[in-house]
Design a protein around this ligand. Structure first.
Ligand SMILES: [Zn+2]
Length: 182
C-alpha cells in the first residue's frame, strides 16, 4: 500500500512536470507567433534575449511588441493615418523598414504588478531616479542595436535595429521581391 502511494506520487509529479514543460513550450511558441519573432535574424534574436536579461538585472521588465513584419503588413501599417483612419505609426512603406528583413524589434516596458504595458519614457519603475526606457536603450546600444529615438525627424522610440552596415535599398534588391518601392 505504502509503495503504491509512492509510485502514484511519482506519476503525479511527472505528469505535472510534463504539463509545465508543454505550457512553457506553448508560451514561447505563442509569443513567437504573436510578435513575429520567428523571422528574426539569429543575431538580432540572440541580442533581444540578452536585452531582456540585462533589463531584468536592472529591475526592469520589458516586452518585445514586434519583430519580423511582412511587406504586406508594412504596407497596411503605412496606410494608417493616410488612406485609412488613425494616427500615423510609420514612415516606411513595405520593404523600407528593417522589420521587413528581420533586423528590427520594438520594445515597451512592462509592469507585472499592474499587468500593464508602459509607453511612458519618463516611467521609473525600479525607482533609481533614471528613466527605465533610457536604461533599456543604454543596454540595447551596448548589444549593438541602433535606436529609433536617435533618428532625425520622426523618432520611433520603441524601435531597435541592427543594420550590419546594409542600407534598406541593398536589402530590398537582395530580396528580389515583387513589391515595388513606389
Ligand atoms: Zn520598429
Amino acid at each position: 500500500m505504502q509503495k503504491n502511494r509512492k509510485i502514484l506520487m511519482i506519476i503525479i509529479v511527472l505528469i505535472f512536470i510534463v504539463i509545465l514543460g508543454v505550457m512553457g513550450w506553448l508560451y514561447v511558441a505563442f509569443n513567437e507567433m504573436k510578435y513575429n519573432l520567428k523571422g528574426l535574424h539569429p543575431t538580432v534574436k540572440q541580442s533581444m534575449e540578452q536585452l531582456i536579461k540585462k533589463s531584468k538585472q536592472r529591475g526592469i521588465e520589458i516586452r518585445i511588441t514586434e519583430g519580423f513584419r511582412s511587406i504586406n503588413k508594412q504596407n497596411q501599417l503605412y496606410q494608417l493615418g493616410r488612406s485609412k483612419p488613425g494616427a500615423i505609426v510609420t514612415y516606411a512603406k513595405g520593404g523600407q523598414s528593417y522589420h521587413n528583413y528581420g533586423l528590427a524589434i520594438d520594445f515597451a516596458i512592462y509592469d507585472p504588478k499592474r499587468r500593464k504595458i508602459i509607453w511612458d519614457l519618463a516611467y521609473d519603475g525600479n525607482q533609481n531616479g533614471k528613466s527605465d526606457w533610457m536604461e533599456v536603450v543604454t543596454e540595447a546600444k551596448k548589444l549593438g542595436f541602433d535606436w529609433g529615438g536617435d533618428w532625425q525627424g520622426f523618432k520611433d522610440t520603441p524601435h531597435l535595429e541592427m543594420t550590419f552596415g546594409q542600407t534598406i535599398w541593398e536589402l530590398y534588391i537582395q530580396t528580389k521581391t515583387v513589391h515595388a518601392l513606389k
